[in-house]
Design a binder for this molecule. Sequence first.
Ligand code: HEC
Ligand SMILES: [Cu+2]
Length: 294
Amino acid sequence: MRIFLLTLVALAAIGAAIGLWVIYSGAYNVAATEPHTAFGRWILHTTMENSVRERAEQIDVPELTAEMADRGFDHFDSHCKVCHGAPGVEPAPIGRGLRPEPPALSDAVTEWQPSELFWIVEHGIQMTGMPAWGQVYSDDEIWDLVAFTVRLPYMSESEYRDYQQADQPQPGLPAAQPIAANERNSDTDQFSQPTVVEMTDKLKYVPAKITIQPGGTVEWRNTSSLVHTVTADAQKASDKSHVKLPPKAGSFDSGNIQPGGSYRKTFDVPGQYRYFCIPHEAAGMIGEITVVEN
Ligand code: HEC
Ligand SMILES: [Cu+2]
């Protein structure tokens, strides 16, 4: 026991000595041109990760809608792209010179919950080039930014350019009209013609809210380049409020609907339904169906 304790004390002393030697000797290269060692990176990142997770726990997350993402794009394009780049856009020279390197957010954001992204953007990250934006942006604006960044992993280069172009008014081009599925079918018998809901690259059901009659069929068409689902099963939701079913209706889940694919379901039980897309729940991809006799 005594030897054990002595060994422990000796080891601690050696550890402290090495630590002090690193601090005082100048052996550690602080140059930003030097890539961080794997170990150094791990220490920084793990400390940061745990710190953020702990502090973001209390934050309530609003629904992150496509409208918010449209607004968030403006902030992202003018303030975040310089360091982090964007789909098809390299970071500016200032971003490339930082250590740790600002990560490409398309990969990095998948690691974080929306509440954690909010915290990171609001507070920044100490000892890195990541600034705190809480002074610059209101909470609403930060949520707009979060709504945009959670969509980055699914965003292609051309979609990012679409956002940029949508930002500039285009003379001569009519504004894009969402396809009004209800209208398209209004002349025909509801029972033979399904009501169409499109699933889009902007992570939306279009239209997001529909009203049909009992016995009516809804057809979801995946017109995007991504996989979506139509899911009304609270077990599969990370937020149970994203699912609503009339008491007598069973839960349902389309499974993965590939680009170009579709899914049909007939609704016999009247009431309110709310469903979501499994891959894009956090991005606010949520739809509603009201089944009523009229
Ligand atoms: C001056 C450069 C710079 C700007 C501008 C900047 N960031 Fe960062 N950001 C960084 C750096 C450096 C890190 C890496 C921190 C680390 O690895 O510990 C980072 C990390 C992050 C992370 C965490 C990613 C991860 O897993 O490490 C998020 C999220 C993020 N930034 C979002 C944003 C958003 C949103 C904006 C725009 C409002 C923005 N950043 C603007 C430099 C910047
Ligand atoms: Cu989806």
